[in-house]
Design a protein around this ligand. Structure first.
Ligand code: NAD
Length: 435
């Protein structure tokens, strides 16, 4: 498969973290952690243990560039926690990546895996580089040398990377191959998000959107509402948005609005989503000119009176500036961080149920777990089996958080942190502190 520089960010198995406050990303993560720790009366020692990553590795990666000169890049891997099992998390290539950001995103993976009951701890890694400026040969060398420098860290039973921002299937294939060469045997389970040919999982392309829809249906059920009587608006029409819209449409819901970077498209009678998907792909990945709906803005889409709103484009779309104008009954965060912290309370006061990103878009990491299981078994599941198991895990996770929401009278976002931290802390207490 030739490596296409323009599509290096279109891998399907992203395990991206939220975009965090760049002033101090670790602190913004800790604020949520503190709320849950207080509610759980977590003792100070446990708080300290769970606040600190178990391992932080920084490596220098020397590469002979196409020009013949040697350049040295910096690579990171942070294992936040391995209490529940081997650590799991994406690898991102970005020019502005810093260790603090990687630490925060690693912690986020710990809580995300715990929320969906995947037996993994959390990790994150990255290389400070601009992949757009690198040739395919340079990228391959960078990836392979990074992997070689991380041989003691990575491993199917230790730490399992995945794609994230600016990394894709091809990069995962290089990591798998490099690790396998050093192990003297093929180790497919060392990394997830691989091409199907190399041990990837069926159902992965739709996993995140499918998970979004499963938890949305659970929330509708709690409100006594039926999907086929609902109206839906979806912001963003990429992997997560288009799959969410398609599956809601298949459930009989009336998807009245969709959007992408070119704006919103509204039809009060409902948009035929398969037609919109065909249009989007035949139009070079753009809804521009879609004639089966009226043009609205992305801001107007967010404020529509609908039962379900799925922001699936990017962060910071609903803030304190527009939260009071949101009219949905349920918001399922397909994207990471589409609702800012100061909008949470406004939405809660309006009685809107927000299904937080840490749960709503965890379908990707859940199928990532399935990929690892299949690689270890050497037995590959049908797509139908992958989907059935994904639905079950997402539904169970939703129900767990909903029970906590009712018990403590908190939001589902707060429930997610309470659930995850309680699970990891209880496991840690049982294991004890080795010394
Ligand atoms: P994508 O690149 O496939 O699609 C993004 C879509 O959003 C495109 O249709 C684009 O036109 C649209 N968009 C961009 N800017 C916009 C704007 N200002 N207003 C409206 N639409 C805009 O991305 P994706 O993989 O679907 O990811 C979307 C979000 O979901 C991101 O926040 C990502 O971190 C998160 N996420 C993705 C996955 C995954 O498996 N793909 C998993 C977890 C979380």
């Amino acid at each position: 498969m030739p490596y296409n520089k323009d599509s290096y960010s279109t891998g399907y198995y992203k395990e991206p973290g939220p975009k965090l406050d760049m002033e101090n990303p670790f602190e913004s993560m800790m604020e949520r952690f503190r709320f849950a720790a207080d509610l759980l009366n977590l003792d100070e020692g446990m708080f300290q243990y769970l606040s600190n990553p178990v391992k932080q590795v920084t490596v220098s990666i020397p590469i002979v560039m196409d020009s013949g000169e040697i350049k040295v890049f910096e690579g990171y891997r942070v294992i936040h926690d391995d209490v529940l099992g081997p650590s799991k998390g994406g690898i991102r290539f970005a020019p502005d990546i810093i260790l603090d950001e990687v630490k925060a995103l690693a912690a986020w993976m710990t809580w995300k895996c715990a929320v969906v009951n995947v037996p993994f701890g959390g990790a994150k890694g990255g290389i400070r580089c601009n992949p757009k400026e690198l040739s395919q040969r340079e990228l391959e060398h960078l990836t392979r040398r990074y992997t070689a420098n991380m041989l003691e860290v990575f491993g199917p039973d230790k730490d399992i990377p995945a794609p994230d921002m600016n990394t894709n299937e091809q990069i995962m294939a290089w990591i798998m191959d490099t690790f396998s060469m050093h192990s003297r045997k093929t180790e497919t389970a060392v990394v997830t998000g691989k091409p199907i040919l190399l041990g990837g999982s069926k159902g992965r392309k739709e996993a995140t959107g499918r998970g979004v829809v499963t938890v949305t249906l659970s929330a509708l059920n709690k409100l006594g509402m039926m999907a086929n009587k609902c109206t839906v608006a979806v912001q963003g029409f990429g992997n997560v948005g288009s799959v969410s819209a398609k599956l809601m449409h298949e459930q009989g819901a009336r998807v009245v609005a969709i959007s992408d970077v070119t704006g919103g498209y509204y039809n009060k009678d409902g948009i035929d989503i398969p037609t919109a998907i065909d249009y989007y792909s035949s139009n070079g990945g753009s809804l521009d000119g879609f004639s089966k709906a009226d043009k609205i803005t992305n801001e107007e889409l967010l404020e529509l009176e609908v039962d379900v709103l799925i922001p699936a484009a990017k962060e910071d779309q609903i803030s304190k500036n527009n939260a009071a104008k949101i009219n949905a009954k349920i918001i399922a965060e397909g994207a990471n961080g589409p609702i800012t912290a100061n909008a949470d309370k406004i939405l809660d006061d309006k009685g809107i149920i927000v299904i937080p990103d840490i749960l709503a878009n965890a379908g990707g990491v859940t199928v990532s777990y399935f990929e690892w299981v299949q690689d270890r078994q050497g037995y590959f599941w049908t797509e139908e089996r992958v989907n059935r198991r994904l639905n079950r895990m997402m539904r169970e996770a939703f129900n767990n958080l909903y029970a906590l929401k009712e018990k403590y009278d908190i939001t589902l976002r707060q429930s997610a942190y309470v659930y995850a931290i309680d699970k990891v802390a209880r496991t840690l207490r049982m294991r004890g502190i080795y010394s």
